[in-house]
Design a protein around this ligand. Structure first.
Ligand code: EPU
Length: 347
């Protein structure tokens, strides 16, 4: 019997597609050639066409971690591959295969509804499943790299599909092989490995209250999920209400020596221990100390409740955002001698 899958129709092309509702900064953007990818088998032919025409190309999930220019030239791959299924269960782990276009928060809800806890600390992070491994999304003491078994992607260097193991993904703080090689892989599926033995992770300051509260001495995954949603909704602006891309800068790593010197000068410095003797500084605190919280520069500004977030008050552009970012970087450099790296991808 021939079980070969029928070839899908080619990716649907739309010329000059308006993308304002597909980037969380709400920037006015037009994609010259937007291709809707609903099946991984559409990718090889499309990449062939892109190479033949020497077009630039970019993959766009829900645009929650990108700064887009007014015109996206070349080809934009709108990643809409759907589907999530339990593929394998072992005594200790469950394996879940999920399409790159699935909404991240919907996946977290689905895992909890299906008694597959583990991802609850990462609730309400905007974006798609395919984007999650790229910047190794993380919050409240958990990074997604801990739960990824492998990533399925089309490798444009070799023109074939590859399975990239967890070790090969080179996950680090907001970093991965995908982030280091921005024009190499098209992520099509992510395969998660969720341990069957579940443990609450509530050591992060914002969640510690539920661990110490009597009524929730043994918090369930659902309670943690709801707490994370409440904390995030309070601290981070809803992109549907005011455009933003979450944390705009990474929390910078400094050496033990630099940390000691800074602490002597700024005793209230907020920081966390990191690998080796390094220290991770709270970039939000540094920006706040420079008096920038709530400041505006024309149409863009620093969010008034969390200095690490840049917001678009209306008609801001990529250039406006980058101008403000430069002012913030310069002030933090001047005051603390620390360099802030921009977190979202600048296309
Ligand atoms: N702080 C201030 N002023 C501010 C903001 C923060 O003083 O305006 C200080 C506070 O003392 C706070 C500390 O900075 O205790 C850290 O702030 P917060 O707990 O809000 O976390 P963060 O370091 O700003 C990181 C991630 C977030 C993630 C949270 C929770 C990065 C770049 N950001 O933020 O991720 O949700 O921790 O784990 O690592 C994202 O990447 O888009 C994102 C939102």
């Amino acid at each position: 019997m021939n079980c070969a899958k029928n070839a899908p129709p080619p990716a649907k092309l739309t010329l000059n597609l308006e993308l304002q509702s597909r980037n969380t900064f709400g920037l006015e953007v037009v994609a010259e050639r937007a291709y809707e990818i609903t099946d991984s088998d559409q990718v090889p032919a499309l990449m062939h066409e892109i190479t033949q025409n020497q077009w630039k190309w970019h993959v766009l999930g829900s645009g929650s971690n990108v700064i887009l220019p007014p015109v996206l030239s070349g080809a934009t791959l709108l990643m809409n591959i759907a589907g999530q299924k339990l593929t394998q269960t072992e005594p200790d782990n469950a394996y879940l295969e999920v399409g790159a276009g699935v909404n991240w928060h919907e996946l977290v809800k689905w895992t909890l509804d299906n008694d597959l806890p583990g991802l609850e600390n990462l609730a309400l992070i905007p974006g798609t499943v395919g984007a999650a491994p790229i910047q190794n999304i993380g919050a409240y003491g958990v990074e997604i790299g801990q739960y990824i078994d492998h990533v399925r992607a089309y490798d444009t260097n070799t023109n074939q599909f590859v399975s990239i193991t967890n070790a090969e993904c080179e996950f680090a703080y907001r970093d991965s092989i995908f982030k280091k090689n921005p024009n190499r892989f098209v992520v099509t599926q992510v395969i998660f490995k969720l341990p069957k033995v579940w443990q609450a992770r509530v050591h992060y300051a914002d969640l510690a209250a539920i661990a110490s509260s009597n009524s929730t001495a043994n918090p369930t995954p659902q309670v943690i999920f709801e707490t994370v949603c409440t904390v995030r909704s309070k601290k981070l602006p809803d992109p549907k209400v005011i455009g933003n891309a979450g944390s705009f800068f990474q929390n910078p790593l400094v050496s033990a020596n630099q940390y000691e010197a800074l602490l002597a000068k700024f005793p209230k410095l907020v920081s966390y221990p990191d690998v080796g003797n390094q220290r991770k500084l709270a970039a939000g605190w540094l920006i706040d100390q420079c008096g920038l919280k709530g400041q505006r520069l024309g149409e863009v500004g620093v969010y008034e409740q969390q200095a690490l977030v840049i917001v678009n008050h209306g008609k801001g552009t990529a250039a406006d955002i980058l101008d403000l970012a430069k002012i913030i970087q310069d002030k933090v450099q001047q005051q603390f001698g620390v360099t802030l790296e921009i977190e979202p991808n600048i296309l």
